[in-house]
Design a protein around this ligand. Structure first.
Ligand SMILES: *[C@@H]1O[C@H](CO)[C@@H](O)[C@H](O)[C@H]1NC(C)=O
Ligand SMILES: *[C@@H]1O[C@H](CO)[C@@H](O)[C@H](O)[C@H]1NC(C)=O
Ligand SMILES: *[C@@H]1O[C@H](CO)[C@@H](O)[C@H](O)[C@H]1NC(C)=O
Ligand SMILES: *[C@@H]1O[C@H](CO)[C@@H](O)[C@H](O)[C@H]1NC(C)=O
Ligand SMILES: *[C@@H]1O[C@H](CO)[C@@H](O)[C@H](O)[C@H]1NC(C)=O
Ligand SMILES: *[C@@H]1O[C@H](CO)[C@@H](O)[C@H](O)[C@H]1NC(C)=O
Ligand SMILES: *[C@@H]1O[C@H](CO)[C@@H](O)[C@H](O)[C@H]1NC(C)=O
Ligand SMILES: *[C@@H]1O[C@H](CO)[C@@H](O)[C@H](O)[C@H]1NC(C)=O
Length: 844
């Protein structure tokens, strides 16, 4: 071979190599080309691919579109859903009769066709776009002849529409696959129902399963998680031509999809590049109250109705079948209270806040009315049962009125619409009285003087007699409704007491000599540590029972009676996630608390220890997190007491022999009346770093300050770092601020404890992210934004969608303060305390 031949060959090779990439990534076919089974079209920026595939374990062949760059084949669209090819003889082509066609072995009769009549078949092309849309068009024409996005399968992609073309009646909606092996048309659909005030629905056949509600300006009323600034920008269209919704993406390259799966769950997820998996961040239906009509007509489903039945009747209504209701079956719903006149008889409206407004399929809408005009409009028409605004945004207008039973109302925690329910004058007065604290700004309720006089003169006598009769009835009827709401029977309810409980009760006061003997006269070798109010010693009673003795400092400022009452009160708390008090000892100046002894010491000795943290794998950490959450929930919501711990931190969580967490140190706990929401103290106690901003700065504490501390604790457990620690990569921040910064950049996973990764354990990324998100919800700046512990426990134990957190409170920036030797946070804290709270006392 001479050199000329060589150069020709090498030129040819280079030419071929250059050609190769182009050869592979064809994104379109012309009318004289076909796609055989095995060929693949790839969109121009290589986001999507189209070709023949077999789903799951099926051997059948379908033409579909999938993500080109996602390793696990994720099908987003299927052409011949119900007409598979039996073998690999399939062919996709552009054909004179049907536009796009799929042939099997028989090349004459197509298995599937796009049903388009082509005017000039030689001129048409089919192309896979970078959005995942497969389109058929004629060269030189603007409009596509046909597009795959008009026939969605089970997946909604960005730039795909759901809704309807009002002119042609054409409908865009998602339908589930039959099964993982069969992409045929399944039973579940996700669509917009145009009747009344249009709503988003998930149906099984014709039966609604979940209602996303109406479009209220910037979101669906039933999807509180839809924040305007997430990954999507949304365009909603409702005019004479079209009713539709379309999601765009703000961040380029975000692979995001919404899928209705074979079991009828709609789920939104994004591809997580680092984690190599789809991370789900929203799904519906997710909880009991999401199920359509869970509580029947004229009711409200409130999942946050802590420990009680989630179904309640709307104002002015009572359970239709009280017996079923008592047995926690709310499906029969509620009926108007008897003997009520509802037509131009002094009625008014009671506001039900933060709800998904009722099913509006039969509601009437007038977009030009203000809320005030809406109220007048509703009051004028005796068939009007309720009204609401059609736009939740501030200054939003529009009026929707309901004239039939109010179906499927539910409550949300933080965001929701206000629903105004029509009630008669008696009910109106009752509600006005209930909320008399805020009567001044309830002027809108417009209770006219006459109606009040009429109420007292005419109605009060029969009303009282009715009430007396009811009381009598209730006394006799074990199933009577309304006296005592049945409390939830969790296994960790206070009624669950250990068999040896009574023995312990009688042991409550201990003798000083017994304790002195048990702790070897409080010897240093028996000292376990120093708690908030004094040292803690280990002791052994009767040479077998191990105990922990907390010896309160002499000046702890609590009198004997108070001390004893508090101990007796706390001794009644029995929960597997609370350290048990065995008794107390008071003699002269000496006050002591005797606890059960827990061999594994406190949580901080594990999570912040280089050597011991490896014992805590992810499963164990999650169990600890859930245990602590349940313990706090019990403190907050036990029906008899409402206890705020005020000093939750890693060193106040002890671990028993099986690493079950137990909350300890109630030295600073406050007992609230069950109706008390918030209290003020001029003595700020607690531990810096775990304190909520409103407590640290204003001395305001509530259950939400414990929620804040729990959030900090959760982050510490996940990250293995102290909140007050210092970050090389983020020196100006504490842990909360650091996590928040990472969260905003989608890098929250980086804070996870490295020992979890080095264990080689594949911790579930979704779960970890979820915990971080819950923690961030707990440390939000404003107490009202933070969830209650019952919501936290619910979010931890159910795979439901959770809202995105807002900015956390108490971000400390080094630049704010320059000081030499004291740590920044403490310094600022001291400063704040000097400014805001007199007589403040600090710990640690
Ligand atoms: C297919 O048709 C296009 C135009 O319609 C033409 O340019 C091309 O040469 C044809 N290819 C073959 C292989 O016939
Ligand atoms: C595929 O196989 C099924 C069952 O074997 C048969 O009924 C059907 O006609 C076949 N379809 C085609 C297109 O060959
Ligand atoms: C095309 O039309 C046939 C007959 O009208 C129908 O069965 C088929 O479902 C249609 N195909 C598509 C993709 O709409
Ligand atoms: C389409 O192309 C084929 C061959 O390439 C030719 O025989 C036929 O006449 C063309 N049809 C039209 C409508 O141009
Ligand atoms: C759809 O519903 C029908 C009737 O309820 C049932 O027979 C069928 O098995 C369901 N199909 C799937 C895929 O679940
Ligand atoms: C989303 O936002 C981008 C840029 O702001 C805009 O170009 C795009 O049209 C928007 N998409 C939708 C669906 O609103
Ligand atoms: C909406 O209310 C305005 C003002 O009362 C009225 O003029 C208009 O006819 C109403 N529109 C509908 C559709 O009822
Ligand atoms: C009251 O509303 C109902 C239902 O929309 C309507 O049919 C009726 O005409 C209205 N009555 C009056 C007096 O406006």
């Amino acid at each position: 071979m001479n050199s000329t031949q060589w150069s020709i060959i090498s030129t040819l090779l280079i030419f071929l190599l250059l050609l190769l990439p182009y050869g592979i990534s064809i994104d379109s076919i012309a009318s004289n080309q076909t796609i055989k089974d095995g060929d693949v079209l790839v969109s121009s920026r290589k986001h999507f691919a189209l070709g023949f595939f077999s789903p799951g374990n099926s051997g059948k062949r379908y033409v579909g579109v999938w993500y080109n760059k996602v390793p696990e084949k994720t099908i987003v669209w299927v052409a011949n859903r119900d007409n598979p090819v039996n073998d690999t003889s399939g062919l996709l082509a552009i054909n004179g009769d049907g536009g796009l066609v799929i042939y099997g072995k028989d090349r004459k009769v197509p298995l599937w066709s796009a049903n388009v009549t082509l005017s000039s078949p030689n001129n048409s092309m089919a192309k896979l776009l970078d959005t995942g849309n497969f389109v058929l068009f004629e060269k030189g024409r603007q409009r596509n002849l046909w597009e795959g996005f008009d026939y969605p399968s089970n997946t909604m992609l960005p730039f795909m529409k759901i809704g309807l073309n009002r002119r042609s009646g054409f409908n865009w909606f998602l339908t589930s696959w039959k099964s993982l092996d069969d992409p045929g048309i399944g039973n579940y659909t996700y669509r917009i129902d145009p009747s009344g005030f249009p709503q988003l629905f998930l149906y099984k056949g014709q039966v609604p399963l979940w209602r996303g509600g109406s479009w209220i300006g910037h979101r669906w009323s039933g999807v509180p998680e839809m924040t305007p600034k997430f990954i999507f920008n949304v365009s909603f269209v409702n005019n004479q031509d079209e009713l539709s919704i379309m999601y765009g993406i703000i961040k380029d390259l975000t692979f995001s999809r919404m899928v209705i799966d074979e079991s009828g769950i709609i789920e939104r997820s994004t591809w997580h590049e680092q984690g190599h998996q789809w991370v789900k961040f929203w799904s519906a239906p997710a909880e009991q109250c999401d199920n359509y009509g869970k509580c029947g007509p004229n009711s409200n489903c409130d999942p946050y109705n802590a420990g009680q039945f989630e179904c309640t009747c709307l104002p002015g209504f009572e359970p239709k079948l009280p017996h079923d209701w008592y047995l926690r079956d709310g499906s029969s719903g509620c009926v108007r209270k008897k003997g009520v006149s509802m037509c131009q008889n002094g009625e008014g409206f009671v506001k039900v806040p933060l709800v998904k407004a009722p099913d509006s399929s039969t509601a009437r809408v007038n977009m030009s009315l203000s809320l005030k005009e809406c109220e007048e409009e509703c009051l004028r028409n005796c068939s009007c049962m309720a009204y609401s605004s059609t736009d939740e945004r501030p200054g939003g207008t529009g009026c929707v009125t309901w004239h039939e039973d109010l179906m499927d109302t539910r409550t949300f925690t933080n965001v929701g619409q206000d629903l105004y329910v029509r009630v008669d004058s008696i009910e109106l007065a009752r509600h006005a009285k209930k909320s008399s604290g805020s009567l001044s700004n309830k002027g809108k309720l417009a209770i006219s003087l006459t109606s009040i006089i009429v109420f007292f003169l005419v109605i009060s006598i029969p009303y009282w007699s009715v009430k007396m009769r009811r009381k009598d009835k209730q006394r006799q009827n074990p199933f009577s409704f309304g006296v005592t709401t049945p409390s939830i029977y969790l296994d960790d309810s206070p009624s669950r007491t250990d068999p040896d409980d009574s023995k312990l009760r009688s042991d409550l006061p201990f003798d000083l000599s017994t304790i002195t003997a048990a702790t070897k006269n409080f010897s240093d070798s028996n000292k376990l540590g120093e708690g908030g109010f004094g040292p803690v010693y280990k002791g052994v009673l009767n040479s077998e029972t191990e105990i922990a003795v907390k010896r309160l400092r002499k000046n702890s400022g609590q009198g004997y009676e108070e001390f004893k009452n508090e101990v007796l009160l706390i001794a009644k708390l029995q929960h597997r996630n609370l350290v048990r008090i065995l008794g107390y000892c008071v003699q002269g100046e000496e006050k002591m608390l005797i606890y059960e002894y827990l061999p594994n010491k406190s949580l901080d000795s594990f999570i912040f220890s280089e050597t011991k943290r490896v014992f805590l794998d992810w499963t164990r950490r999650l169990e600890i997190i859930c245990g602590i959450a349940r313990g706090i929930l019990y403190l907050h919501q036990d029906s008899r007491l409402r206890i705020i711990h005020r000093d939750l931190k890693a060193s106040n969580v002890l671990l028993d022999a099986s690493m079950n967490p137990k909350i300890a140190d109630f030295g600073m706990a406050r007992i609230f009346g069950t109706n008390q929401i918030e209290a003020n103290t001029n003595r700020v106690v607690g531990t810096y770093g775990y304190m909520s901003p409103e407590y640290a700065m204003e001395g305001l504490f509530s259950v939400k300050s414990d929620v804040y501390s729990f959030g900090v604790l959760l982050l510490e457990i996940v990250s293995g770092r102290k909140n007050t620690g210092y970050y090389l990569d983020n020196p100006d921040s504490n842990l909360v601020g650091h996590v928040w910064d990472l969260w905003k950049e989608d890098r929250a996973l980086e804070i996870i404890d490295t020992s979890l990764a080095t264990l080689g354990e594949s911790y579930p990324i979704g779960e970890v992210l979820r915990c971080i998100q819950i923690a961030l919800l707990c440390v939000q700046e404003y107490a009202n934004d933070r969830p209650t512990m019952s919501t936290v426990v619910f979010m931890l134990s159910n795979d439901i969608a959770i809202p995105s957190p807002r900015k956390p409170g108490f971000l400390l920036k080094r630049s704010n303060y320059t000081s030499g030797d004291i740590s920044t946070g403490d310094a600022i804290f001291h400063k704040l305390c000097i400014m805001h709270c007199n007589k403040s006392s600090l710990k640690n």
